[in-house]
Design a protein around this ligand. Structure first.
Ligand code: ARG
Length: 576
């Protein structure tokens, strides 16, 4: 473990436990007055009805020798303990972190198998900004789990089955495959879907054809299946274009659409029936689960099989749990799905726990997220009021970034400009999404996300590029510093190093809470600490050995920023 605050917390935890007779959180926090403040005495004092300063002094008495890590340890105020770390200790911790590829971030204690269910757009329908959020958040969480050594299985649960496919296939037939393929290739999936829907509602013959087509599809009739595959293939081609534009890890190998679970659906019903979990309600097979009621406070049924024999979205998710637990042997299942599906996922969890398919040791977690809003605080829409075309949105991000990059650095050659504009534009869109608490809505604001100031991708990318340029100017190769020991003295150096050493805690906290914005906040703090350092501590103008020590801090900062951005799925250019 690299984080000095955590190491300090461990030492204090023992002293507190000895005093209180039970485990106590020492409540170690960063402080304005010292490197760290230990607040645990306050709550212990309350519980024991003793004066807090007495308790604090008592704790220090039991602490043992901490001179290896602390320069001063003092009781202050109403009963905090202020701690200043020893410079040698910080130097040493930084040296250890830098010799590690993961920069001090610990591996997970045991490598777990984690399914991340994310992106999940629907075939023959436009991917909307909600799918963009799921894709970006899911991709970041995948990268973090992999970084700490977990085995990650990405599953893209695309909506590729169900009754709408009857009408979609009939519309495909009417239009001709060539025309349909063309509409899909220009990303007009919504147009296709809407035309099909319009005919379905206006034309009884079309409606009947659609019904018969669903029957044929479910019966596995060959020509129908072939046309269904055309729709799926054209749609996934379109999704893949967005994934490549976004630079996320998803590929066709990760497709686990709803249709994948077809064979398991009768098994779900059979198992539930023999377990005595099914009830009849209006001709449908349903489950009633404790704690779920509708607005009238009546028990809310989870529909497993409809009266006409058709299965539901929920049934597929139940099958999915069976597959993930029994075939994949998961430890955790993370569903990166919009907040409106909270109840659906809660019912799926309750049903599978009740049926005994989801052991208590397996985590099922809804990684929920809010909406993307326009400047009018309503759901983000294009100017014409249609849903936003993601591909065009991402192109616009790159275009806008190109203008910003050109302004900042007009001398860059065109090819470099293109590449940097891509990294900055896509990075800005992703970071704007990831840096706000995911459960909240956020406002999509071009100027803010592309600003070089504030908690944005361009700010962090620029901080990284600036450090790379220091090395270019100094004509020093970064890896030549491997043997140089840092030696900090100035206040800003200490603040920066303390920040860098918290990378471990930041990553693990982000994974624990499944909240990428925590890592963003951390990286922003590191970049800010670097600015403070760089403005107050000359690097290249200093004499040795200070110069090399400061170059080590520059290198360490660049590595943390680059690795951290990488965990968010964002590139860090070396020049901007
Ligand atoms: N396709 C769904 C939608 O667009 C999301 C699926 C989420 N995953 C799941 N296992 N239900 O809303």
């Amino acid at each position: 473990m690299a984080d000095p605050l955590q190491l300090l917390s461990q030492r204090f935890a023992e002293a507190f436990a000895a005093l209180a007779g039970s485990a106590v959180d020492p409540a170690v926090r960063p402080s304005e007055h010292a490197d760290a403040q230990v607040n645990g005495a306050l709550s212990v004092a309350k519980a024991l009805s003793r004066p807090p300063r007495d308790v604090a002094n008592d704790v220090l008495g039991r602490l043992g020798d901490v001179s290896d890590m602390c320069e001063t340890v003092e009781v202050a105020g109403p009963g905090f303990v202020n701690v200043v770390f020893a410079a040698d200790f910080l130097n040493d911790q930084l040296r250890i972190a830098l010799s590690d590829e993961r920069l001090g971030v610990q591996a997970a204690p045991t490598s777990e198998t984690v399914v991340v269910d994310f992106s999940a757009p629907n075939v023959a329908k436009e991917m909307h900004v909600g799918h963009l959020r799921s894709t970006v958040i899911g991709d970041a969480l995948v990268r973090m789990h992999e970084f700490v050594g977990n085995r990650v299985i990405r599953e893209n649960h695309i909506g590729d089955w169900g009754t709408p496919f009857g009408m979609l296939i009939e519309h495909l037939l009417d239009l001709g495959e060539a025309r349909a393929t063309e509409e899909f290739s220009v990303g007009d999936l919504d147009g296709f879907y809407k035309e099909a829907r319009k005919k379905f509602e206006a034309d009884d013959i079309f409606k009947e054809r659609s019904r018969m087509r669903v029957v044929a599809l479910q019966a596995g009739e060959e020509e129908t299946l072939r046309m269904w595959r055309v729709l799926v293939a054209e749609s996934t081609k379109y999704f893949n274009r967005i994934y490549r534009q976004l630079d996320v890890l998803l590929t066709d190998d990760d497709l686990m659409g709803e249709s994948t679970y077809n064979d398991l659906l009768p098994v779900v019903v059979e198992r539930l029936r023999s377990g005595g979990h099914l009830r009849q309600s209006d001709g449908a097979d349903v489950m009633f689960l404790n704690g779920f009621t509708n607005r009238e406070n009546e028990p809310l049924p989870l529909i497993i099989r409809k009266g006409d024999g058709g299965y539901n979205y929920a049934t597929t998710d139940l099958a999915c749990v069976i597959d993930r637990v029994e075939r994949l042997g998961v430890d955790r299942m993370w569903y990166v799905v919009g907040a409106p599906q909270a109840q659906h996922l809660q019912m799926v969890e309750a049903a599978t726990r009740a049926a005994g398919w989801l052991p208590a040791t397996v985590e099922m977690r809804h990684v929920a997220f809010g909406n993307v809003l326009g400047s009018d605080r309503k759901m983000l829409k294009s100017r014409s009021g249609e849903s936003v075309k993601l591909s065009a949105l991402l192109d616009e991000a790159v275009e806008r970034a190109r203008a910003a990059v050109r302004e900042k650095n007009p001398d860059l050659e065109a090819a470099a400009q293109d590449e940097i504009a891509r990294m900055v534009g896509i990075g800005a869109v992703k970071y704007a999404d990831l840096s706000t608490d995911r459960v909240k809505d956020y406002i999509f604001d071009w100027d803010r996300m592309l600003s070089f100031d504030g908690n944005t991708a361009p700010y962090l990318q620029y901080a990284h590029a600036r450090i790379c340029s220091i090395f270019r100017r100094a004509d020093v190769a970064r890896d030549s510093l491997a043997a140089t020991l840092p030696s900090i003295s100035a206040k800003e150096e200490r603040t920066l190093v303390l920040g860098l050493l918290q990378f471990d805690s930041a990553v693990r906290d982000t994974i624990d809470k499944a909240s990428p914005h925590r890592l963003c906040t951390y990286l922003y703090e590191v970049a800010t600490a670097f600015t403070g350092f760089y403005e107050n501590c000359p690097v290249l103008k200093s004499a040795e050995p200070v110069r090399s020590s400061r170059l080590v801090l520059c290198d360490a900062t660049a590595r943390v920023l680059r690795t951290g951005l990488g965990l968010l799925g964002i590139d860090a250019p070396e020049a901007m």
